[in-house]
Design a protein around this ligand. Structure first.
Ligand SMILES: CC(C)(COP(=O)(O)OP(=O)(O)OC[C@H]1O[C@@H](n2cnc3c(N)ncnc32)[C@H](O)[C@@H]1OP(=O)(O)O)[C@@H](O)C(=O)NCCC(=O)NCCS
Length: 167
């Protein structure tokens, strides 16, 4: 198996949309909040391709034996002005198709993103991880990430009723 990491091209749109669909539905199986609209993956595909050529974004894809097996998107961000150290790199997304997992592709995508962040002076990288996703929790911890914020949710009214129906 040969993995190549490269910058995304416009022609990757539909492969990335399909991978996003798989990734989002994977989350949706664990938490109904991540329920995709019918065209949600197409919307993401368009937005991902719009990141090509943006100075603050690095959209990447992984090719395995010529097939797009995964994608990742890194974005240069700033915390609000009250922070002394404002710059950080955000892992906006990373996904590897189920049949390509556990072969180092996710790690290779992150390594390339991380190099790009470093070349832009970034010394802090953040990733938002759904607590219901045991796979990404294992992945990010293996790469040395540690938790620093906890997002809590209170479901009220119709949201609480929907949650009760889901569980
Ligand atoms: C998370 C994801 C990108 C990892 O991609 P991958 O190509 O399988 O990752 P790698 O093969 O590079 O894994 C590197 C290490 O991460 C850890 N890891 C990966 N998958 C794991 C899992 N399911 N459980 C626990 N640890 C895991 C392992 O330590 C692994 O090294 P090892 O295989 O030598 O043990 C992929 O599983 C994925 O797309 N998942 C669904 C979508 C998702 O959760 N995306 C992240 C959103 S934040």
């Amino acid at each position: 198996m040969r993995v190549t990491i490269r910058k995304a091209r416009r022609s990757d749109r539909s492969a990335v949309a399909a991978l996003f669909k798989e990734m989002f539905d994977f989350h949706g199986q664990r938490d109904a909040h991540f329920t995709r609209t019918e065209s949600g993956h197409e919307v993401f595909g368009d937005w991902f391709i719009d990141q090509i050529g943006q100075e603050s974004s690095m959209p990447l894809v992984a090719e395995v034996d010529g097939e797009v097996a995964g994608y990742a998107l890194g974005i240069l961000r700033k915390h609000p002005q009250v922070f002394l150290h404002r710059d950080y790199g955000e892992v906006n997304d990373i996904a590897v198709g189920a049949k390509f997992r556990r072969q180092g592709t996710g790690q290779a995508l992150f390594a390339r993103m991380s190099e790009w962040f470093t070349s832009h002076g970034i010394t802090r990288i953040e990733a938002r991880v759904a607590t219901s996703n045991e796979v990404s929790s294992g992945f990010w911890r293996r790469l040395g990430f540690t938790p620093y914020l906890e997002t809590l949710v209170l479901k009220t009214g119709a949201g609480a009723a929907r949650h009760a129906k889901d569980t």
